[in-house]
Design a protein around this ligand. Structure first.
Ligand code: CA
Length: 229
């Protein structure tokens, strides 16, 4: 295992932009612009994570993702896609990508996703200290969330909602997806229940940070966690 992030992307501009941002965050990267050379490269090297474009010359991203999953099950893969309709397939059992990013994206979002996936798969992230005063920190053992060191006083359901969204910054979750995470026993709850829990969660965050809007509502779709901007 080395500390390189492999970028598989046939558009040189996008690849360069991502590489620049990753490098600013302390990650080295390598770039491949053709689908046919990826598996060969992986035989020689083991990256920390792969950013994999869906539409590639040669072997396409879906096929590659499947092959990577078979050969290297613990290697994190984030798919880059302009096709929103593919998203369920990408994350489903069929392909098992760890996350996806929809084009067009901001390079900052890519870095945030990379960190979130690495945190999930490796348990820690480069250059992050959870003690920073202006950050939202989850204390998973205590089921608490701290905003700038202050306990938000969340209920178990609110904590669960926040945790799920924080694991994928910038990703939009539908109410359905959030419900699945809130109630493991698949109890039937209405979408309004989700809205009311999110509303309470946002109010608790706003009590401490009135000027920040980190849980965003996306009209007609759902909610997302957006830590910056
Ligand atoms: Ca492409």
């Amino acid at each position: 295992m080395n500390d390189t992030i492999l970028i598989v992307e046939d558009e040189p501009k996008i690849a360069r932009l991502i590489a620049d941002y990753l490098s600013k965050s302390g990650y080295a990267s390598d770039h491949i612009d053709h689908g046919n050379t990826v598996m060969e490269w992986l035989e020689e090297q083991t990256p920390l994570l792969i950013l994999l474009d869906l539409m590639l010359p040669g072997t396409d991203g879906l096929t590659l993702c499947r092959q990577i999953r078979e050969r290297y099950p613990s290697l994190p893969v984030i798919m880059l896609t302009a096709r929103v309709e593919e998203v369920d397939r990408l994350l489903g059992l069929e392909l098992g990508a760890d996350d996806y990013i929809c084009k067009p994206f901001s390079p900052r979002e890519v870095v945030a996703r990379v960190k979130a996936v690495l945190r999930r798969t490796h348990g820690s992230v480069l250059g992050e200290s959870p003690a920073e005063g202006d950050r939202l920190v989850l204390d998973e053992d205590g089921w608490r969330a701290l905003a700038g060191g202050q306990d938000l006083g969340l209920t178990a359901v609110e904590f669960q909602l926040l945790k799920v969204m924080m694991q994928s910054p910038g990703r939009i979750f539908s109410r359905d997806q959030l419900m699945d995470h809130m109630y493991r026993d698949h109890r039937i709850v209405s979408e309004r229940t989700v809205d009311s829990h999110v509303k309470k969660l946002r109010r608790k965050i706003a009590d401490i940070w009135p000027e920040r809007d980190i849980i965003r509502s996306v009209y007609g779709v759902g909610y997302k966690y957006q830590p910056e901007e």
